[in-house]
Write a protein that binds this ligand. Structure first.
Ligand code: SF4
Length: 529
């Protein structure tokens, strides 16, 4: 048992739903208790789809558990087939149904339907949503393409010299973070180097499209969390190479084009200059100088976390002080990335641990999911969302990719927006008693009435106050003398939280009970060494 209030991912059948809801002509019959239809709202409200996802639930009730729930599966499969006429039928179970073990996949396959019926094994007590999507996509592609796998040793035909190279974009799904616009941006990017997009899947694909996948020269694994298994299988079975660089950020987009060039055997040098992105100039312009060294804590899915860390360190001049992910399957990528930036990786799906780490690190900016937005709000730290899980505002009406050169523009604006602007930051440090531009005021570009910002220092205090805060024990034994508190206030608000934490840590190490002005400066000298 694990006490859970917030969960970064849903159960694996939600991942399966994301794949079928992305496609046309595929239907999922889900053996699930009454009430599981809540998941429809993710698609109709958060993603604001105009149609229900193509899912039929068996919706068994408590009184049916004594009877024949297997019969219910067969009726639901029959009715779903008659009504929706899918070209492929998937059958899976939600968590509760997994316990009754009705084997719905086998039951459906035994019904002799005239279309492919694929059964999904979704271990709901061991795996999560992204794994479910990855597995479902893989089973679909494998189920449809297995009869077409060439004999071992037969290599794909080389591309005729007069045909442009073509690529499949694999991995985008409904409820994926900015997938809709990323696909458009990457399609444009590939077109700029003379590569055509052949099949995009699962988003917008049909079963017939999946059958055309092997005709492309290579695959682009846009979202490893949902497509790495499929890409690996296609590589093994059809000899289709995979472009693995995810083009988020200017550097990564250039590397992506390099990899495309290498795999497709084409020249990409001219297209690599990011004339269509303003981000490199914006981040070099003098207004961005004050961004240098801003301390950032990143927590997200692995792909977006690793991409964000590179952008922070190499393109925006931030300092990465922490990085983590909730996606255990991709923990290795994040660990390697953490090593590159000399920070401790955090691999957890417990948001309380993320909150604890944020309170310890006292970053000046958090980049994360919807959960980090809440954590940052409690700690008074500016925050921007970079990855799922996200809420409705991150399925925007406007064009808002993360990938490619335009994606870098969007990211620059999004990440800088929550920070106090340079001039205001400077003025507040100089005139901290001003009635309007005081330490605890919200940055004025975010609106004066949106509530009082709790500066990073208050964040430390909030964490101390919180009953489950790990900091309570240490901090409770240490007190601050009034003059030391006054002196602490002279430190600019955005680094004050860090100074407070460091001083408390120093006092604890030295066995000091009351922090004086002298302790404050001793700690400064100690950590400044
Ligand atoms: S079956 Fe799983 S997803 Fe459905 S209500 Fe129960 S715990 Fe939630």
């Amino acid at each position: 048992m694990q006490l859970t209030l917030w969960s970064y991912e849903g159960p694996p059948h939600i991942g399966a739903m994301r794949v079928v809801a992305s496609m046309d002509g595929v239907h999922l019959v889900l053996h699930a208790p009454q009430g599981d239809t809540y998941a429809d709202l993710l698609f109709t409200m958060i993603e604001r789809r105009g149609t229900r996802p193509p899912v039929t639930y068996t919706t068994f009730q408590a009184r049916e558990l004594g009877g024949d729930t297997a019969e219910l599966v067969k009726t639901s499969v029959g009715e779903a087939f008659e009504r929706f006429k899918p070209r492929v039928l998937l059958v899976g179970e939600a968590c509760t149904a997994e316990l009754i073990q009705d084997q719905p996949g086998a039951l459906a396959r035994g019904m002799g339907l005239p279309v492919p019926v694929l059964s999904l094994e979704l271990p709901a007590y061991a795996r999560k949503e992204c794994w479910g999507a990855n597995e479902t996509f893989y089973q679909l592609v494998r189920g449809l393409l297995k009869p077409r796998v060439p004999e071992a040793g037969r290599h794909p035909e080389p591309r005729p010299a007069d045909r442009r190279p073509r690529a499949n974009l694999l991995g985008p799904t409904t409820l994926g973070f900015r997938c809709r616009d990323d696909v458009e941006e990457v399609t444009r990017l590939l077109a700029s180097v003379g590569v055509d997009v052949h099949v995009v899947a699962p988003l917008g694909a049909t079963p017939e499209d999946l059958l055309r996948i092997p005709e492309a020269d290579f695959n682009v694994c846009l979202y490893p969390e949902t497509a790495d298994q499929t890409c690996l299988w296609l590589e093994r079975m059809f000899g289709q190479p995979t472009v693995k660089t995810v083009p988020i950020g200017i550097g990564a987009t250039r590397d992506f084009l390099d990899e495309v060039g290498r795999i497709a055997g084409i020249e990409v040098a001219d297209a690599k200059s990011p004339i269509s992105s303003r981000m490199p100039w914006y981040s070099r312009s003098v207004d961005s100088t004050y961004l240098t060294g801003k301390r950032v804590f990143i927590f997200a899915d692995a792909t977006h976390a690793v991409a964000a860390a590179r952008m922070c360190a190499e393109e925006l001049g931030f300092t990465v002080v922490g990085i983590g992910t909730y996606a255990r399957e991709f923990a290795r990528d994040v660990r390697e990335c953490a090593k590159r930036y000399g920070v401790e990786p955090l691999i957890t799906d417990d948001y309380l641990e993320v909150e604890k780490r944020a309170a310890e690190l006292q970053p000046e900016l958090m980049l994360g999911t919807q959960m980090e937005r809440h954590i940052a709000k409690r700690l008074g730290i500016p925050c921007a969302v970079i990855s799922a899980p996200v809420h409705v505002q991150d399925f925007p009406a406007r064009y808002a990719p993360q990938m490619g050169f335009e994606g870098a523009n969007v990211i620059f604006d999004t990440w800088v927006h929550p920070l106090m602007m340079g001039l205001e930051e400077h003025l507040i440090t100089m005139f901290r008693e001003d009635f309007e531009f005081h330490d605890a005021a919200t940055p004025s570009h975010l609106g004066s009435r949106v509530g009082t910002r709790r500066p990073a220092e208050a964040g430390s205090q909030a964490a101390v106050e919180s009953a489950d805060s790990p900091m309570q024990a240490d901090a409770s034994t240490i007190t601050w003398a009034a003059e030391a508190e006054q002196e602490l206030k002279k430190i600019p608000f955005f680094v004050r939280g860090k100074a407070r934490r460091n001083t408390e840590r120093f006092a604890e190490e030295q066995g000091i009970q009351t922090i004086t002005v002298e302790t404050l400066y001793d700690a400064k000298a100690h950590f400044g060494r």
